[in-house]
Structure formats: C-alpha cells, structure tokens
Design a protein around this ligand. Structure first.
Ligand code: SF4
Length: 330
C-alpha cells in the first residue's frame, strides 16, 4: 500500500479547504469501500481527510414536510430511523438489503452514494480498465459480465453502480446538498451520477474538493406507497443483479401516479421514465405493468453474459408493481 497522510477535519470548511489544496487528497468516511481500494492499489491518495467527526450525522424534518439526512449518518441508523421507516419504507428496505450489518454500522450516507463499481476488473490492477486507468481498455467487454449494464452503457465501460440506497433515493427525487471551494450547491439525484460515455473514470458530477453534506428527501405525495425489491445470487450480502424501487398511487383501479427506478442495470440508478409514462392513467393490472416494463426494457442493449437481465428486470418490475397495488398508502 502506498503511504499516505491523515488529517481529521473539525468542520466542513476545514475539510473542503484541506481537499481543495491537494489534488491527491480524498475524504474518508466509513471507509468500507475506500480502505479496500487502498489495500488493492485501486486508490492511491496522498492524504486522507477524515470527515467522520463533522456535525453531519443528523436526520431532521424540513419545514416543507421533507427530511434532511446528513452526509455522515450511518446506513444502519438511517435504515432504523422511525421517520424514515414510516415515511420512506423504500429507503429503509433498500438500505437493509445492502451489505452486512457490520458494514452498515460503518458506512455513511454520502459514502454509499459515492461507492464505486464492483466490476471485478476495476478492482484488479493487473487488468485493463478505462474507469481505473483511462484509455487502457475494458476487460469486461470480453470477460465476466453477469453484474454489468444493460442500459446506458458505452463501448468504453459497461459497469453498474452498486448502491441499493441510491436507487431508493432516485425514486424519492432526493436532492444532494454539496459544499465545495466555490460554495454550496444542490444537485438532483437524477443528475448526480453519470452515464459512462467516453469518460467512465467520472462516476458523478462532483468536483474535486466538494463534500456531500446532506441528502434532502421531499415528502412522498399523499396516496403513494413504496417498495424495494432486490434480486441477487444469494439471500444476503450480495450486490443486485437487478433491483426495483417503486412508488405507486392507485385510485379506483387506475394508476394515478408512479415512480420507478432500477438498480444493477446501469452506470447510475436508472429512472424508468418510459415505464412511468406508460403507466400513468392506465389500469393497475398485470397487462399494464408488463407493457410498461417492456417499454422501458426496449432500450436495453445487453452483452452476451448478461442477456438474462432483460427478462429478469421486466419480471422484477412487474412483481414489484403487483405487490404494491392494493397496499395501504404510506
Ligand atoms: Fe473497467 Fe468499466 Fe470495463 Fe469494468 S466495465 S473493466 S469498470 S471500464
């Protein structure tokens, strides 16, 4: 492992200043992803700026009925919070489906959002990977593809984003609060993660020195109930092959409103806008759900090793909507 310096920041301004002065500095939150990368040689920072003591560990109600989640709130605390369980069950379910209890006790909300792909080649420094070393090639194109993208990929990278939490936040229309050297800004979650294009080394639109201070969750409209469903190779401690976060409002048998995001299928949480359009105003039936899923998946471009994910995503989406139909709104 390459030696690095360590500093603990006492406030947000100091953390941002420390990072801004040093191109080789990175923030250290729970470390559940970064420390692995230090050991593997995937990340070689010169300085770690510890942000775990910053006052960003609160979950607070906002005056508009939403909830603000601090960037260093631990995943286990967020999943167990009564406000989150009551108002955003999809988020609590997504968090509890991710990683292990020990990891959730350490992992932070901001870090979860910023975790990097688990593509095996990204984590193996002996292989070519455009995300790790731009321009070196993509070993996955002729390699192991089971966990890779079927939507929005590029010839340079077919990796997926591994977070469950971010998929739930996408369906909740979360807004990421960021502080950086140029001040504060708010980024809608849908614009926060990038598709790979020809710059797969950039996972998000975050600039160097910018810190995720909070995520704001707007209130779900009255009548909407939400659910997270995850399909994986084993019952726990596995990343999603496909996941679905959905929020649904059915009135008199008709879909009054719906939001859908897919996980495990793209370089970012995939908001299923086509499926949503297809469903609004349609009868809440299996036929409608299937048509909507097919509309969304018509854009899929799987590779040989993950073609199975297209019917898997379609069926998981239909099953999720079916389960939500008839549930008591909350
Ligand atoms: Fe690297 Fe992306 Fe190719 Fe994986 S899919 S090897 S992360 S470039």
């Amino acid at each position: 492992m390459k030696p690095f310096d360590y500093r603990r920041a006492d406030d947000v301004a100091a953390a941002v200043a420390l990072l801004s002065r040093d191109r080789e500095a990175v923030f250290l939150g729970g470390g559940t992803n970064l420390v692995d990368h230090l050991r593997l040689g995937v990340a070689t920072p010169g300085l770690l700026v510890d942000i775990t003591r910053l006052p960003l560990d609160r979950i607070e109600e906002l005056p508009d009925g939403g909830v603000r989640v601090g960037g260093t709130v631990r995943n286990s605390d967020l999943a167990a919070d009564p406000l989150i369980r009551e108002r955003y069950p999809v988020l609590s379910q997504a968090l509890l489906s991710g990683a292990s209890g020990q990891l959730r006790n350490l992992a932070t909300t901001g870090g979860n959002l910023l975790q990097r792909t688990r593509c095996v080649y990204f984590q193996d420094v002996t292989t070519a990977c455009n995300k790790r070393v731009p321009g070196s090639g993509c070993s996955a194109l002729e390699g192991y593809q089971r966990y890779h993208a079927i939507l929005g990929a590029s010839p340079d990278c077919i990796a997926t984003h591994p977070s469950d939490m971010a998929v739930a936040m996408a369906v909740l229309d979360a807004v990421v609060q960021v502080t950086g050297p140029d001040g504060e800004r708010a980024v809608p979650l849908g614009d926060f993660h990038r598709l790979p294009g020809d710059e797969p080394q950039h996972d998000t639109v975050l600039r160097h020195g910018e810190l995720v201070t909070a995520m704001d969750l707007p209130a779900l409209p009255d009548g909407m109930t939400s659910l997270y469903r995850k399909v994986r190779d084993r019952a726990s401690y596995a990343f999603a092959l496909v996941s679905v976060a959905a929020a649904l409002d059915v009135r008199d048998g008709v879909v009054a409103d719906v939001r859908i995001a897919l996980g495990g299928v793209a370089h970012k949480p995939w908001r299923a806008a086509r499926a949503e359009r297809e469903l609004r105003g349609a009868p809440a039936t299996d036929d409608s759900f299937r048509r909507a899923a097919e509309a969304e998946l018509s854009a899929a471009q799987p590779v040989a090793g993950n073609a199975f994910k297209v019917p898997l995503a379609r069926n998981t989406l239909v099953a999720t909507l079916r389960e939500l139909t008839g549930r008591t709104p909350r």
